[in-house]
Design a protein around this ligand. Structure first.
Ligand SMILES: Nc1ncnc2c1ncn2[C@@H]1O[C@H](COP(=O)(O)OP(=O)(O)OP(=O)(O)O)[C@@H](O)[C@H]1O
Length: 256
């Protein structure tokens, strides 16, 4: 079976400045991969390229064995449907109700009757453990944790096999953060999802990741199990994983 994500020789520059070059990364089916790296090292840029929102400057990205940017418009759209994205801060449409936010990708397909869309929207709300009446609220009336859940419901609306999450627990207090992590874990188990997530938060990483990739110096410095990565000799890894506070967080999380 083809890997959900296969990146080879990926490079991206803005103007003359290369953010990354020679990035190679494979993500296997069912993996929960944490992508970590220093501030501004290009994690979001990598995620946006994976989501098809930003063109690579060089190299290839294959999703499920097929090059992301090749083929007819409908082939590209078909591939796009196999992937759901949760942006940092949720990024809901503020002028649309929760219902319309979740319905948005389904309506864009122009394939489903409105009655079916309605059933799917309520099914997705249930999946993210929100009450049905939340559907009629506007994003401004939601707490930070609810916004994340609605954004996740929208990311799940087309039943993706691959989920990309940019800082899924940023801005949540520890309890809500732990609740959101266990929701993602439950969905991963129930739906067999492959998940790639960016995080700065070691508690989230320790609780959620089955593997870790470190982006540093414009490339993937290392990829492996958390206990292997922790021992790699690099200043970022030293700071991020081996400070006293970090070692405590990792012990709490216990790794997966
Ligand atoms: N559209 C853009 N135009 C110009 N430069 C950009 C653009 N997007 C990103 N960059 C630059 O690329 C680099 C990587 O940014 P990116 O947001 O991917 O980093 P990051 O690792 O996600 O950072 P953080 O952890 O702080 O969120 C930064 O130097 C940023 O300024």
């Amino acid at each position: 079976m083809n890997a959900p994500v296969e990146i080879r020789g990926l490079g991206r520059r803005f103007g003359r400045q290369w953010v990354m070059r020679g990035v190679d990364l494979t993500v296997g089916r069912g993996e929960l991969l944490a992508l970590v790296g220093g501030s501004g090292c290009g994690k979001t840029t990598l995620l946006r390229q994976l989501a098809g929102l930003l063109e690579p400057s060089e190299g290839t990205i294959k999703l499920f064995g097929e090059p992301l940017t090749e083929g007819s418009r409908s082939e590209r759209q078909g591939r796009q449907r196999r992937l759901g994205v949760l942006f940092q801060h949720g990024a809901l449409f503020s002028a649309l109700s929760v219902f319309d936010n979740i319905a948005f990708p389904l309506r864009e397909l122009r394939l489903l009757p409105e009655a079916e869309i309605r059933d799917l929207v309520f099914a997705k709300l249930g999946m993210v453990e929100l009450e049905p009446d939340v559907a009629w609220r506007m994003p401004a009336e939601l707490s930070g944790g609810m916004i994340k859940r609605v954004a996740l419901a929208r990311a799940l609306s087309l039943d993706p096999e691959l989920l990309l999450l940019d800082e899924p627990t940023a801005g949540l207090d520890p309890d809500r953060s732990a609740g959101f992590v266990s929701l993602i874990l439950g969905l991963h188990r129930a739906l067999g999802l492959t998940v790639v997530f960016v995080t700065h938060d070691l508690d989230t990483l320790a609780a959620l990741a089955s593997s870790v990739a470190v982006l540093a110096d414009g490339r993937i410095l290392a990829k492996g199990q958390l206990d292997e990565i922790v021992n790699v000799d690099h200043p970022f890894i030293e700071r991020f994983f081996r400070s006293e506070r970090s070692l405590h967080a990792l012990k709490r999380g216990g790794g997966r």
